[in-house]
Design a protein around this ligand. Sequence first.
Ligand code: RIB
Length: 310
Amino acid sequence: MINKTNILVIGSINMDMVLQTKYVPKEGESTLGKEINYIPGGKGANQAVAVSRLDANVTLVGRVGTDNWGDMLINNLTENKVDISGVFKDEESATGIAVILLEENGANRIIVYPGANSGVSFEDIDRLLNKGCKYDAVLLQLEIPLDTVCYIIEKARKLNIPVILDAGPAQVIPLDKFKGVTIISPNETEAEKLTGIEINNIEDIVKASEIILKETEAKYVVMKLGERGSLIRDNSGYKFIKAFKVSPVDTTAAGDSFTAALTIKYCQGNSIEEAVTYASAVGAITATRFGAQPSLPYHYEVIDFLKGVR
Ligand code: RIB
């Protein structure tokens, strides 16, 4: 029997409040929404569920409140075969919430109230990493405190565990905080915030990737560029990987699932190009479906998708 890849995901767990609207109103304008749905989300939880559906073992470290939403989100993680031994119920804070405005064309705007996610602490990490469990990679995003993120990077580096950092949500953070990551994966907006470069064209993308590589000393920078595909940058240069053409319904969690898939394939010893191609397929399928976690594909669906487009 082949041993499954073991991934440790550390990150946010949110209830997504998704309001569908024809268009997002202008300042001072009111409009009627079409539908409202409450859907399990949060970048950390989305990545944990994605990893599980893509056939790897996954343990999640994160926090929810002691409210009903916290219970619902934990149940959903368990149903998706995520090991929740690192998920704590925080008595002091409410479960994180993301308010998502979803337009008819699939574009979204998200505001996150972090709640319990702000409490993810060094101790939460130590409880898991000191247990002596073996992980093939640690997967992180930026919806938990930055100090905790930096602590994890340092700790994983000492333990010789590769760290994959999904640089969302977009924030201005000095790039040298991320020294020690193996792969850093921002989208365009995140790259703009991290580098201060306004991205308008391919040259800007290339320049931003160069700065991120240099300042983080990562092995790879993988930029998620939506319809433009992805850019892989390492010390030998850069390469674009084409996007799969799909009609997006809701892009929520497409970036999350991309990075989760990239992490698994990278850990399994595939080339970075193969890993990014598989990740692009996963992100593309996610964008064709509604909601965060309900939209995440299973490995067999990705295989079928790749057969169909080749
Ligand atoms: O990346 C999408 C996620 O961002 C949503 O599920 C929302 O909860 C926010 O964390």
